[in-house]
Design a protein around this ligand. Structure first.
Ligand SMILES: [Zn+2]
Ligand SMILES: [Zn+2]
Ligand SMILES: [Zn+2]
Length: 359
């Protein structure tokens, strides 16, 4: 007998797509409910979209039927249509928890910068949402102190250094991104993919190096003491290792153990977010490979916190296959244009365990 938890029981940890005033389906980026016209905002404490009603003071709101009596306001970046998250009414800089991580935003006086930044923020919100769902440390501290921060700038090299993630604004240009994708022979290139990848470098230090998991890491990914600059130069000059498809989630992952980790981390985040979203949308195909006695329909666990790795993958494989078919019938390429070989599966399991240990 399969037991299902009450839908309401896990409201605070499961992605909730309903307007808290009228119950209409809403989405992560929405600012208005199309049914009842309520203002909507994302509450980073409840990790959900909530309906808002005006409070006594201008620009302040109360959350409708979502608990918490304190007034809230929109993040200061809402005025640029760059954010729909909420900030506490008394917050000094008026920024939400995600925008507070920004160290540099583009010069909005330059043509094209606003649209690029809005797209970057949309992708960053999804990353920060996932990090919060995992319960990972996410501190907003003065930049340079090693905590997570973002620079969104022009003519920069996309990358990570001591907690600072830099994204070149050009990556928000769809034409340029596609040109780069083809230039590097990548099957997939997306802002969210960059952000997830770069965040992996940050969390490697916190969740692997600083907690004494280097031996376990090296047994799977190789020795990261291999000279990083030389390894990347070799990758760019000679291309990926010939056997990369047997050991890595992507060609770039074969460049250096740190890149392997960051690529694997990004894929783990892709997978968890996709399975969680499919769960909420009620669109998972029945797995062909479920062993006798496996649960179907799957129990509604919090995919970010409660799902065993093997179960997560037993959901992801049929889901990604189905999504690839759907994508192809619209004439697009594969939704998930990757094959996960055995060693990469083990690396994903390691990422899973490392995240679980910390949250
Ligand atoms: Zn509504
Ligand atoms: Zn914000
Ligand atoms: Zn990297």
């Amino acid at each position: 007998m399969i037991e299902h938890r009450d839908a309401g029981e896990s409201t605070l940890t499961m992605r909730n797509y309903a307007c808290t005033k009228c119950g209409n389906k809403v989405y992560f980026e929405n600012v208005t409910c199309l049914a009842c016209r309520s203002a909507l905002g994302f509450d980073d404490a409840l990790l959900t979209i909530v309906a808002l009603e005006p409070a006594d003071e201008p620009a302040l709101f109360r959350r409708v039927a979502a608990g918490g009596s304190a007034s809230v306001r929109y993040c200061a970046n809402a005025k640029h249509a760059a954010c729909n998250w909420l900030a506490a009414a008394g917050d000094g800089n008026g920024l939400c928890r995600a925008c507070d991580l920004n160290r540099t935003i583009p010069n909005l006086a330059e043509p094209g910068s606003l649209a690029a930044w809005q797209e970057l923020e949309r992708a960053k919100k999804r990353l920060v949402y996932s990090l919060l769902r995992f319960g990972l440390p996410l501190e907003s501290r003065p930049a340079g102190s090693g905590w997570l921060a973002f620079d969104f700038v022009r003519d920069a090299t996309t990358g990570h250094q001591d907690g600072l993630i830099t994204i070149d604004l050009l990556e928000a240009d769809a034409v340029e991104r596609e040109r780069q994708r083809q230039l590097f022979g990548e099957p997939y290139r997306a802002l969210l993919g960059h952000l997830r990848h770069e965040s992996g470098h940050f969390y490697w230090t916190l969740l692997v190096e600083e907690v004494g998991l280097l031996d376990d890491f090296r047994a799977l990914f190789g020795d990261e003491r291999e000279d990083y600059g030389t390894a990347l130069a070799r990758h760019h000059a000679e291309g990926p290792r010939p056997d990369w498809q047997e050991r890595h989630v992507s060609a770039y992952a074969s460049a250096h153990p740190w890149e392997d980790w960051a690529e694997t981390w990004a894929h783990y985040l892709h997978i968890v977010d996709a399975v969680d979203t499919a769960d909420v949308e009620g669109m998972e195909p029945r797995s062909q490979g479920l062993s006798f006695g496996a649960l179907w329909p799957f129990q509604r666990t919090d995919v970010y916190r409660g799902e065993p790795f093997a179960t997560l993958m037993s959901r992801w494989i049929p889901l990604s296959t189905a999504l690839n078919s759907l994508s192809r019938c619209m004439g697009h390429g594969d939704f998930y244009p990757f094959v996960i070989p055995g060693p990469a599966y083990d690396k994903l399991a390691f990422v899973h365990d490392v995240i679980r240990r910390s949250s």
